[in-house]
Design a binder for this molecule. Structure first.
Ligand code: SAM
Length: 295
């Protein structure tokens, strides 16, 4: 099945249509849809509108890892075994991240958003889809250096609780620190990056004071509602995995959750161009995907 040509066992039963070119793909699509529907009904995670090509790749990866032959087999295991669901969830929610990822984004943030934040007595920042928290620690460091940390509350959310647990711990591989130090400096970092963590064996333990003003919580952008009004929302490298319709829905949610003149930051492969939300925002820095709500 799947990537292989049809064989005898794939032959349709009496009365069914004869096999046609593309039937394997049609069958595979049905299996994927049924699996995603089952996951939604049993666990409440809604992946039905994620981009199909990426979902398919991840399901096939899990299928191989579990030593299974069919997506229907994977469906059976996932629906009856929550541990298998947790493994699949880690595959489906691509969690790649880094500290000061795309450093020029943070540089632009310092230059264009920090002055706006200074005009508020108190600001709320939402990291939607924060993964294991590297983005959150980066923001906390930046705000501390700009003297804004104590007048800010950061809300860090993700669909994936395993990632949130890691985010709360703030322990990252020591081996990543060279890359993160380079990013930090390119992002306009003002101190020595090593001041923010303690090295222990092969781990870097980030200073707990960085999460003093951070609230970590599970939130699903597809099924949950807005939970506050924010002055800044960063939703970077999350919607890239959603289909058009879902992107529009999530943009509605982000728009509703921003105060007037609040700032939206997206990932560098994401844009508001050609979306129905484009007219609702001014470009603060289009290259760095920073936008300001204006209507
Ligand atoms: C590629 S990571 C991006 C992390 C970080 N924002 C960055 O840019 O480095 C995408 C994150 O989105 C999260 N995610 C995927 N679907 C989500 C949803 N429906 N609601 C909330 N978070 C979601 C994933 O769990 C993952 O941690």
């Amino acid at each position: 099945m799947l990537d292989e040509p049809p064989n005898v066992s794939d032959a349709p039963t009496a009365g069914a249509a004869l096999p046609r070119l593309g039937d394997d793909h049609a069958r595979e699509r049905v299996e994927i849809e049924l699996l995603l529907e089952g996951i939604f009904r049993v666990y409440g995670f809604d992946f039905r509108s994620y981009a199909l090509a990426s979902i398919r790749r991840r399901l096939l990866h899990r299928l191989r890892e579990e030593g299974l032959g069919t997506l229907s087999g994977l469906q059976e295991r996932v629906l009856h075994d929550p541990d298998c669901m947790e493994r699949l969830l880690l595959d489906l929610t691509v969690n790649v991240t880094a500290m000061f990822r795309d450093p020029t984004f943070y540089l632009a943030f310092r230059e264009n958003v920090v002055p706006l934040l200074r005009t508020y007595p108190f600001a709320r920042i939402w990291h939607a889809g924060c993964s294991s928290g590297e983005e959150v620690y980066s923001m906390a460091i930046l705000l501390q250096e700009e003297g804004l940390y104590d007048s800010t509350r950061i809300y860090a959310t993700d669909i994936n609780e395993v990632m949130l647990r890691r985010a709360k711990e703030g322990i990252y591989p020591l081996a990543s620190m060279q890359e993160y130090t380079r990013n930090y400096l390119k992002a306009g970092g003002k101190r020595s990056f090593s001041e923010y963590y303690t090295a222990k064996y092969d781990a870097a333990l980030f200073d707990p004071s960085l999460t003093r003003n951070v609230v970590f919580s599970q939130h699903n952008l597809v099924t949950d509602h807005s939970f506050s009004e924010f002055h800044v929302i960063l939703c970077r490298n999350v919607m890239i995995y959603f289909d058009r319709k879902l992107q529009t829905r999530v943009h509605d949610l982000l728009y509703e959750s921003l105060v007037m003149f609040g700032v939206l930051g997206l990932g560098n492969k994401e844009t508001l161009r050609f979306t129905q939300h484009e007219a609702k925002y001014d470009k603060l820095d289009a290259r760095e995907r920073l936008y300001r709500k204006v209507t």
